[in-house]
Design a protein around this ligand. Structure first.
Ligand code: PEP
Ligand code: MG
Length: 570
């Protein structure tokens, strides 16, 4: 079976199917004299789930990823909403039906509303509603609130239609070897959690829960998004070997933590980490990141109904700046819009959200929002080595307006005597082809550049990065993409300004030599990739790869580039 691998590694173990309470819902009429009792049964089930969730939240181990607490809070909020805790009671009364049926009806109505939402991130939140409803139905049916796991072996593989974060924390205590689910995109809560649990995980398998039987032997290859059900002896032996090799590799990689990232010809390379929340700094430091190359601040604005104020933002940025102890921290200003919406009420209907009011465009349209964030970042610069990074710049006039607003924020701090670093560098992301083509001007007018290849590929090739149907056309090696990356690096080098790549390409070791050959000296990536990229850097002699990289750059066809890349990496 093929899905989307979202957390790497290989696991071999027996399937543990998570029960699907929604499939067990019956429909029956409740006699008039028992209707009040049915409503009461419903209320008690909601209360039971609330107590269960609060118990789970209180028993989170101190080292649990902080997003787990946040997810449980979200589920508690959903549970308390009238739509789930009150309206089903009206349905029971109006239709004289059992509580499970009423709740399921209401859930289907809510899910239908979510499905209308264009934004992928918000649309995925329907799974949170389903997960909460499942819990209430289990409580109504008398199932235990906690998942029952009899087998305690390490080698159990959790197979679920979807997983709630509250379930995941319990499953973590049972030490599952891998997670696979039918639904969930790469931005789903399951994906975010699985990465933080550090076990292989595959989502979007569509029918795994129906096709796999409890206890069947499974191989999970998180790197390739492959699940093998009931493998034969040869396949099993091969994957056991691969698994051992993978684990050995991880152990060996750990030894590189203190090693300086220097190529064979003596060129020093900077390897920085991408983070989403302040708590990610611990992982960045554990792998010896040389700094934070991309702090995606929009996550501070998500999963909440209000906006974080200046002080709250300042605290978050200061925490990161202090924790990095003088190493650079590149804070990217808000990149919301397109697939990352914050407030469902602010959703505008537009045909092409990725081409709409996103990132710096939105900030320039909402200068007060931007002013608040810039003041918070500047205040944090007093506590560490902070840099400001502007996403989605497209033309010089946007850049002028942005710099003007940053200056205004600086002035407001000066006027009130609030301390900040007056030399905070301001950089720009090159992620729109027009910006790459105009990289000389951006390099002249900014302190540094950072190439966002995720969006640069999307916009160059007109491929929606969130759309499964065109994923095969999302080609980092497309000659047009390589040209734009190459010309941006050259423009920055000509202007004597630092340039990095902070998109997924930077964390993929098959592109390390190519990027080094293109002149890149700074990479920023998910902390989990830093050591494998360092290993690639240590193995590379830049003087020896330049000729082949030039050949790759002059090649007009991806299919011809692939074998050249293989040769480069050999
Ligand atoms: C990118 O576009 O490459 C990037 C790093 O930004 P994001 O993935 O947050 O859009
Ligand atoms: Mg981007």
């Amino acid at each position: 079976m093929h899905g989307v691998g979202i957390s790497s590694g290989i696991a071999i173990g027996h399937a543990h199917l998570v029960s699907h309470a929604l499939l067990e819902v019956a429909h029956y009429t409740v006699p008039a004299d028992r209707i009040e009792a049915e409503v009461e049964r419903f209320s008690q089930a909601v209360e039971k789930v609330r107590t269960d969730l609060e118990t789970i939240r209180a028993s989170l181990p101190p080292n649990a990823p902080p997003e787990m607490g946040a997810f449980i809070n979200t589920h508690l909020m959903i549970l308390s909403d009238r739509a789930l805790s009150e309206i089903p009671k009206n349905i029971i009364l109006a239709e004289q039906c059992n509580a499970e049926w009423a709740l399921k009806q209401q859930m289907e109505a809510l899910v239908a509303q979510f499905e209308e939402i264009e934004d992928e991130y918000l649309r995925e939140r329907k799974h949170d509603v389903v997960q909460i409803v499942e819990r209430v139905i289990k409580a109504l049916l008398g199932h235990p609130g906690q998942p029952r796991v009899e087998r305690q072996e390490q080698s159990l593989i959790l197979v679920a239609h979807d997983l709630s974060p509250a379930d995941a924390i319990q499953f973590k205590q049972h030490r599952f070897a891998a997670f696979i689910t039918d639904v969930g995109g790469t931005t789903s809560h399951t994906a975010i959690l699985a990465r933080s649990l550090n076990v292989p995980c595959i989502v979007a398998l569509h029918h795994a829960r129906d096709l796999i039987q409890d206890g069947e032997l499974l191989i999970i290859d998180g790197d390739h998004g492959v699940v093998i059900v009931n493998p034969d002896q040869d396949t099993l032996a091969e994957y056991r070997l691969r698994q051992e090799q993978w684990e050995l590799e991880q152990q060996k990689l750990k030894r590189l933590k203190q090693t300086k990232a220097v190529t064979l010809d003596g060129t020093a390379i900077e390897l920085h980490a991408n983070i989403e929340i302040p708590e990610d700094v611990a992982h960045a430091r554990a792998v010896g990141a040389g700094g934070i190359g991309l702090y995606r601040t929009e996550f501070l604005f998500m999963n909440r109904t209000d906006m974080p104020g200046e002080d709250e933002q300042f605290e978050a940025y200061r925490k990161v700046a202090e924790a990095m102890k003088g190493l650079p921290v590149t804070i990217r200003t808000l990149d919301i819009g397109a697939d990352k919406q914050v407030d469902p009420n602010s959703l505008r209907t537009c045909t092409n959200p990725a081409l709409g009011l996103r990132a710096i465009r939105l900030c320039l349209a909402e200068p007060q929002l931007f002013h608040t964030q810039i003041r918070a970042i500047l205040r944090a610069s007093h506590h560490g080595k902070v840099k400001i990074l502007i996403p989605m710049l497209c033309n010089q006039s946007e850049l002028r307006q942005t710099l003007h607003l940053i200056e205004r924020a600086r002035q407001s701090l000066r006027d009130e005597g609030t301390p900040f670093d007056p030399n905070v560098p301001v950089g720009g992301m090159i992620e729109i082809p027009a910006a790459a083509l105009a990289a000389d001007a951006f390099a002249r007018n900014l302190d540094f550049l950072s190439i966002g290849t995720n969006d640069l590929i999307q916009y160059t090739l007109a491929i929606d990065r969130t759309d499964d149907a065109v994923a095969h056309l999302y080609q980092p090696l497309h000659p047009a993409v390589l040209q734009l990356v190459g010309m941006t690096i050259r423009a920055a080098n000509r202007a004597g300004k630092p340039v990095s790549v902070c998109g997924e390409m930077a964390g993929d070791s098959q592109f390390t030599r190519l990027l080094l050959g293109l002149g890149l000296r700074q990479f920023s990536m998910h902390p989990a990739h830093i050591l494998s990229i360092k290993r690639e850097v240590l193995r590379t002699d830049i003087t020896k790869v330049t000729r082949l990289v030039r050949r790759i750059l002059s090649c007009p066809d991806v299919e011809k580039i692939e074998p050249l890349l293989a040769k480069l990496n050999a």
